[in-house]
Each structure stands twice: as C-alpha cells, then as structure tokens.
Design a protein. Structure first.
Lengths: 204, 155
C-alpha cells in the first residue's frame, strides 16, 4: 500500500501536468469547440491540483513550482508531449478512466474528492464522446495500445485489474512513476518560469 | 455592533465576478456567517475548483465586512458542500432573465428535456458543446426559437 501523502502528491502532480499539457491545445486545436473544451478541462485539472496541494502544504504554489524536476511524482503518461490528435484523445480517454478509479477510491477519506469527481464527470463525457467516435479508427486504436502501459502507471498496482477491465485491454507491464520523459525538463522550465522570474515580494 | 443579518445584507450586494447578474449570496457560495464581538467569520465554498475568481471573491467579502466596521475572517472551504442546487430561486430567475439557463437540478439532469431555453422557455434544445466560455458553462441551441444560449452546468 502506498503512503497517503505520496498518493496525494502523485494525484496533484498528475493533474497539474496534464492540465499544462492540455492547455497546449489552446488556440491550435483542430476545431473551435475543442479549443474551448481543452482550455476548460486544463483549467479544471489545475484547479484540482491546487486543491490537493493545499491539503499537503500551506504554500500550494511553492509545492507546485519550487521542486526540481526529478522530485515530481507525475506519471509518465501525463508528461508526454503529444502533437497528434489521435494520441491526445487516446491519452484524455485513458487518463479519465484511470483518474475515476483512483478518485473514487479516495472519496471516503478526502472530502474534496467528491467535488473533483463531479467536475471530472464532464471530462469523462467529453472523452467518451471522442472515444465513441474514434474507436474503430486504426490510428486511434494504435494510439491507445501505445499509451496503455503508461495509463496503467497512473493507478496503484491494486487498481490495475479494474482499469484493465474498464479499458478492455489486458494488463501489461506498467510505465511507473519516477521515470521522466525527455520532454519533461522543458515543460518544467516553462511551467515554473513565471514564479522563478517574479521579483521578491510580488503579489498576485 | 454589527449583526449577522447586516452582514448577509451587505454580501447580497457583491456580484459574482464572472456572472455579475447574480450575487455571491444568490450563487449559494456563502456557507455561513458567524459574528462574535466585532469579528465576522465567513465560510466561502468555490463553485468549480479551478475558478480563477476565488481570490477576487475573497477580497470583495473582506471589503464588504470591513465596510460595516467589523474585522473580516474569510475561510475558503474546499469540500463537497457546494453544488449547483445551492443557487437560490431568486438567483436562478436572475440568471434566466439575463439569457443564461440556470442549471438543471441534480436529481433530474440525466433525463431528457430538462434544459430549458432562457428566451422562449422551450425544452426542445440540444447540446452544442459541453464546454463554453468558462468551465461552468455549456453551449446549447434552442430548436424552437433558434437561439444559441449558455447553460450553467449541473455539478
């Protein structure tokens, strides 16, 4: 059983980083509706990250942005810099299915988890809509297969059988947390830039 | 000495920063007001967790309480106590009058024909996009009066 603080930090880091990655579609999504959807989803995910960081620290911004890249606990799935829509949607769908399993598991001990889950319901509807539309497309199926080992790394080992049943793919070896994608250092650099460059005493 | 009633009255004058036709009291985000010896403790619950207006609301509450000559103490409560069912009947009517469909009650949101056009009242409306100008809104289209409108999401 993983340590509670680590489980929460992993959750918050995942939400922060996927929010950041989703926001990369703002302004360049293949259609206006998706531009709006990805921007809103990104904003929600970062809001969830903040709510969980606040449970772990009195200074959520410091926890979110002052760690060196190697100390983040986000799963490799959320770190991937995806420039292809099939992969982007495959990740959204896999992430939301995985996220629902772990958030549901936290509901009894974490009052904010139920609130997060009610917001995530809209992310799941969005992801399911795309999944229904693309599930027979070879490009999408290949993207799901490629990202599947990464998706398993989002949930705890004891939750993987449930994820496998929901996604309909056999359990394989997971890409675990603690491994960093080559693109993560650049993301971290960009993500922390405003905070690093703010003059001492700046108020927001 | 300031009373809780005076505080509630003052808070009713604070508009929501994103949808200024409703006040924070209409929106149901003020969970409680406690007055003790000139100290006013207000509990505020966010609507959506990623709401960028939270700090702004907090400051507006502080100013309103300070304006009554009392010491404000604003606590943001991150639990599951707020839902769109907390929007008051007056708040729902103000939203509708501004062309902004109030959220369907949580109990019926999965049934068909619960989303009513704020302009003509028809329930013959369809979803255009699950997401809208802010995370709390969807975009719908009224088949009856052929008007697109913003729908407050039920959460």
């Amino acid at each position: 059983m993983a340590d509670r603080a680590d489980t929460l930090l992993a959750l918050a880091d995942d939400e922060l980083v996927i929010g950041w990655r989703d926001s990369e579609w703002t302004g360049i999504a293949p259609m206006l509706e998706e531009d709006v959807a990805f921007s809103s989803i990104a904003q929600n995910e970062i809001g969830h990250a903040r709510a969980v960081y606040e449970l772990l620290s009195d200074d959520a911004d410091a926890l979110a942005f002052d760690r060196p890249p190697g100390e983040y606990r986000c799963a490799p799935l959320v770190q991937l810099h995806l420039l292809d829509w099939a992969h982007t949607i495959a990740r959204r769908w896999l992430y939301e299915v995985a996220d629902e399993i772990r958030i549901t598991a936290l509901r009894d001990e974490l009052p904010v988890a139920a609130k997060i889950d009610r917001e995530e319901a809209y992310h799941r509807m969005h992801a399911e809509m795309w999944h229904e539309r693309l599930q027979d497309e070879p490009r999408f199926r290949d993207a799901v297969s490629e990202l599947w080992p990464y998706a398993l790394g989002v949930v705890l080992p004891e939750q993987r059988a449930a994820l496998s049943a929901r996604v309909g793919l056999e359990e394989v070896e997971a890409v675990e947390r603690g491994v960093f994608d080559d693109s993560f250092a650049a993301l971290h650099e960009e993500m922390t830039m405003v905070r690093r460059s703010a003059p001492v005493g700046a108020q927001w | 000495m300031v009373t809780a009633e005076q505080v509630w009255e003052a808070l009713e004058g604070i508009p929501d920063p994103e949808i200024p036709v409703v006040s924070l009291v209409d929106l149901g985000v003020i969970r409680s007001v406690d007055v003790e010896q000139g100290h006013v403790h207000v509990e505020l619950t966010p609507t959506f967790l990623g709401c960028p207006a939270l700090e702004f609301m907090k400051r507006a509450l502080e100013d309103a309480v300070a304006g009554l000559g009392a010491e404000p103490e604003i606590e943001v409560v991150h639990d599951d106590s707020w839902s769109t069912d907390k929007i008051t009947p007056a708040g729902r009517e103000k939203l509708r009058a501004a062309g902004f469909a109030p959220p369907a009650p949580r109990l019926v949101q999965v049934q068909p024909h619960v989303h009513r056009c704020p302009y003509c009242g028809s329930t013959d409306t369809r979803l255009e996009n699950l997401f809208g100008p802010t995370p709390c809104r969807s975009l719908r289209y009224c088949e009856s009066c052929r008007q697109p409108f913003e729908q407050f999401k039920t959460i």
